[in-house]
Design a protein around this ligand. Sequence first.
Ligand code: SF4
Length: 463
Amino acid sequence: MTAQLQTAARQWPVARGDVIAPQPFKVYTQRDLERIAPLAAMSEEARFEMKVVSTVLPFRVNQYVIDELIDWNDTPADPIFQLTFPQRGMLTEGHYEWIAELYRRDADKAEIDAAVQEIRLELNPHPADQMEMNMPRDEVGERLDGMQHKYRETVLFFPSQGQTCHSYCTFCFRWAQFVGDKALRIAASEAQRLHAYLRKQPAVTDLLFTGGDPMVMKTKHLAGYLEPLLTPEFGHIQTIRIGTKALSFWPHRFLGADDADELVRLLERMVKAGKHVALMAHYNHWRELETPAARAAIRRIRDTGAVIRGQGPLIAHINDNPAVWARLWQTQVRLGIVPYYMFVERDTGARHYFEVPLARAWEIYREAMQQVSGLARTARGPSMSASPGKVEIQGVTEIGGEKVFVLRFIQGRNPDWVQRPFFARYDPEATWLNHLRPAFGEEKWFWEEEYEALREDRLAVAA
Ligand code: SF4
């Protein structure tokens, strides 16, 4: 077959005559800022700001995002521009000026690197005690890098080939994994280690591949992790979840990419063998669902029998608006995606720029829910993935004359905490669980002593 014919053969039909042509994957990082054509129309100062911020926080964007998702007539306010391009406010004034001044006086690389390292360590690179509390250990107490086992039923696996993304989100709570510092990374290189661990964990039913984005992996690598799970000894692993933003940032991964067909067949095989395969698709804005390629990719995944569940954080400058969430969830339902989670932005990285107070988050969630039908009301939230567990804000109310937040664990380090309502004093400024205090004059949360004991145990083992 000639190259031209091969290209034609790989075109993917969308609907009634539409065709998605394959596209080459073209990516830009901090070094390429000057080569991103639409940025040339921006001021030199704006470009300098992007350079300074992306020296500290990771930056990566691809041509599809630039051409099809960003409305360049609406920058800098455009939500997808805010989602992918560095913004000055992402660094505190002090941190920003520190790096800017180094560039202005042409400081050498070593001096810039040292400053960057110091700033990064101040940005809470691993929130919620991820390193110490969640990583499992083998029989002799060795830490099993590349895995997290926080909740009884679910193991998170970070395949080493999947520790990047097709584009980076500016608010990413996993930013520390992308900045090239090995001490800050969580990754495993060996499938055997994963399989050996799972073999000994009959209570684990769910395996979540995460990253980065596991969909940046070649299909053959993904198959190396997944196919052994089809043998009877892994019968207890019922659900394979794959956390991904590829449906937004690079839908061609599922269409015209070299190994897209193999990927689709792999998912089909997993489903046919009786596994529940769920793509945990990260969406922040309905705009990500509007392109023909995005829709074709969704259709192709759904045709395999895999389920797509939509989740994403509530982020200032991007989606802190009930109408945006209502339209996102409605569009998801129309395309066959199950709305799953609205998360609260984590306490890491550029949080001060992106965070939304919990009280406002709940209002946005509630107002969005009021605008959608029952099928879109499957989204839980706003939910904080905190160290003790996933805590949902269920509402704000008054009990015995005291204004309170009603909270519950959706997931907990102790399964007994799950679904038990508890109450926090209302605080309009609070943005995370550790800002809240128990209501009704209580000294401690009902779970606090148990959690502290568990934490001390874990940290003692880690020491
Ligand atoms: S896709 Fe996920 S892991 Fe990748 S940058 Fe965005 S939030 Fe982070």
